[in-house]
Design a protein around this ligand. Sequence first.
Ligand SMILES: *Cc1c(COP(=O)(O)O)cnc(C)c1O
Length: 363
Amino acid sequence: MYVSDLGEQWHAARLEPALAHLDSASAGRSSYALIGAMTAHLWRETERGSYVAADDRAEEIARDTRNLAALIGHTGDEVVFRESARAALRALLTNWSLPVTSTVWVAKNEFGPNLEEFERRGYAVRTMPDGDVYGHVDTDALENMLQFEQPDFIHVCHIGSMSGVVQPVTRIVELAHRAGVPVVVDMAQSVGHVPTVTGADVVYGTSRKWLTGPRGVGFVAVRRDSLRPVRIDGSEAFIAGRLGLGVAVRELLEIGQQRVFRELAKIGTATRERLHGIASWEVLEPIDEPSAIVTLAPPPGWQFDDVAAARDKLLSLGVLVTAADTWRAPLATEHPVLRISPHLDVRRTDLDRVADTLRTMGY
Ligand SMILES: *Cc1c(COP(=O)(O)O)cnc(C)c1O
């Protein structure tokens, strides 16, 4: 009944959900063990004093940080925490000594709020060419461009917020480095979801989505040997949240990260196969794109309010998904989408329920 062989195990590790939760791209569901570790720490803080309680856990926190670092291709001493991915990006840009008039190249799937961060600092933003209708960066064209011109840095969303497309980040990093250009990767949607060792100079992300860690914990890591190094200091910390993120990463490593990535890719394909061709909803990724984010274009003429109504109807029937508006990826699209992002515990009947509901709302 689960789409994945890991479904049963993932399900058993968590509280029984009150609905079909197909919304990991917003926030995943944390495990019993994770919530237990966090609450235990909150009790210790009041019992022993917060700073003593944190000192007591120093070794665990250091090990957790090394685990997270390894997952994203960095070392533990390169990782700094913030409360969100956006705060991590801000910390980077505030501390980075970039030229006054900087140029950044981004991909079509760039997250709208990131563009705002670039624009309000006066950076010139240019879009890298895409090689297909899905918006994958055309790395041959990029290689060519880099021979003639070099931006101050390339910023790429490994996976965006409004599409399941996985950008060829490792290849982008290779080409950029050959041209002396540093690369920053937004891993908010990719960490815990697809392989994230890419060789990039800077990566950042968040705990709460595919890692199914707590909300309110983000991270950024800068390579010591980066083409453009920068030091970001730590700040006041949500220690219980970091311990929770540590548990989430350990759970991923215990199952085996490559196995989880493979299963999530399989789930993405199964979801697209199931929802492809339902009424006039249209799956927007290649069927076998190796991610578990699936986006559907609504029937022609539908506005965001209509997609939001579809999302509300699904919720009233016990299925949680996202109505995603164009601010999430303003360079890629002028049309809202319905975003479905199941985790390992998705059941075939959950997908059937989405399909049956959409059928009554299209034509
Ligand atoms: C969610 C998301 C972010 C922002 O993460 P926060 O932790 O909410 O700041 C950034 N980029 C992408 C692609 C996202 O999906």
